[in-house]
Design a binder for this molecule. Structure first.
Ligand code: SP5
Ligand code: ZN
Length: 349
């Protein structure tokens, strides 16, 4: 397993997220990645590399997944934020006003606060001084990992980055995510010669951004096993009746499970997802690897245990596909390294 890790991840370090009307400390912290990297070093699963400083075609790759106006906004948002008031340098930027259905999404407001809302869907995703630099370097990890697999230089690779990506859509951030690393990897695999790519999302939360990005495409199957959105974040997408649209009809599969689900039932859903990937005829796999399904996760509700993740990796390997793993959630900081590396070790390559 080749790992591409993000050397700039610590530049994104949010202070607070909005929860029940209060600002609470961020769950998505730099220590998460540091623990995974330390565990990878300890268990020597394969080479650890960082992406090149100037990955060829990186910005073109971003523009294949995200809209020009969104990319421009995120890249320059911090400058705008401190231009409003130099004292803002000591604060994260969070949105607090959003367009509702029936309001205008096409007119770009002059107001920074209004554009923060236009390009986001929650107040849990602080934008900080280094968010763009960290997310941009993370995209380089995902695209490099995908190119290594597409070129068959390696059979599997792991993009170890934060901020995570699967909640970010073509033109919105949210759920701690800014750039959709799994979608960038899937697109890079297609561009590298893969004909039918499957994205398997095993994070606790539905991968709404990834689903939305590929919803009308027949060349990328999206499968997600997650907490039922009737009660779980991100609430407004991830139901079983979302099957894709247009050319992508039948190319999205959601497997929502109730809060409190344990490994036996979760694994049945995983097998259902793997069967769909086989039936689709995928030649390459992207795994959105969140380990917030862990019983000790502070913001989630499934009951997977440490050793279960070895089995998860083994089950994913049964697809027998070239595979790019992309790091997503997992907030039990002391166990996130062990659980994540268990999946990779169980996968066994
Ligand atoms: C990538 C990913 O896993 N994103 C998850 C985003 C979840 N955001 C909402 C979290 C709600 C926090 N609840 C705090 C409970 C404190 N006890
Ligand atoms: Zn999650």
């Amino acid at each position: 397993m080749l790992t591409l890790h993000n050397p700039l991840h610590h530049l994104h370090q949010g202070r607070h997220e909005m929860f029940r009307g209060r600002l609470v400390p961020c769950h998505e912290t730099p220590q998460r990645l540091d623990h995974v990297l330390a565990e990878l070093q300890r268990r020597s699963l394969g080479p650890l590399r960082t992406p090149a400083d100037d990955v060829e075609g990186l910005d073109a790759g971003l523009a294949q997944i995200h809209s020009p106006r969104y990319l421009h906004f995120i890249e320059h948002a911090w400058e705008e934020w401190i231009a409003l008031d130099p004292l803002n340098a000591a604060q994260d930027a969070l949105p607090s006003v959003w367009p509702a259905p029936g309001m205008r999404f096409d007119v770009l407001p002059d107001s920074f606060a209004a554009r923060m809302g236009l390009f986001s869907f929650d107040a849990g995703t602080p934008l900080t001084a280094g968010s763009w630099a960290a997310a941009h370097a993370g995209a380089a990890c995902a695209i490099t990992a995908a190119r290594e697999v597409a070129s068959q230089r390696v059979r599997s690779a792991f993009a170890l980055s934060r901020p995570p990506g699967h909640h970010a859509g073509a033109d919105f951030f949210g759920g701690y995510c800014f750039l959709n690393n799994a979608a960038l990897a899937a697109q890079a695999l297609r561009d590298g010669g893969a004909r039918r790519v499957a994205v398997l999302d095993v994070d606790y939360h539905h991968g709404n951004g990834t689903q939305a990005i590929f919803y009308e495409r027949s060349d990328v199957l999206t499968v997600s096993v997650h907490g039922d959105p009737r009660t779980e974040y991100p609430f407004f997408l991830g139901h079983a009746d979302e099957r894709g649209a247009g050319a992508g009809e039948g190319c999205n599969l959601n497997l929502p499970l109730p809060r409190g689900t344990g490994f036996v039932r979760w694994r049945e859903a995983l097998h259902c997802g793997l069967a769909a990937i086989r039936a689709f005829g995928a030649d390459t796999l992207v795994v959105s690897l969140g380990v917030d399904t862990f019983e000790g996760d502070p913001i989630s509700g499934f009951l997977l245990r440490g050793p279960d993740y070895l089995q998860v990796g083994h089950d994913i390997a049964s697809a027998k596909l070239p595979t790019v793993f992309v790091f997503e959630g997992g907030y039990a900081v002391d166990e996130v390294g062990m659980n994540t590396v268990n999946v990779l070790e169980g996968f066994g390559a």
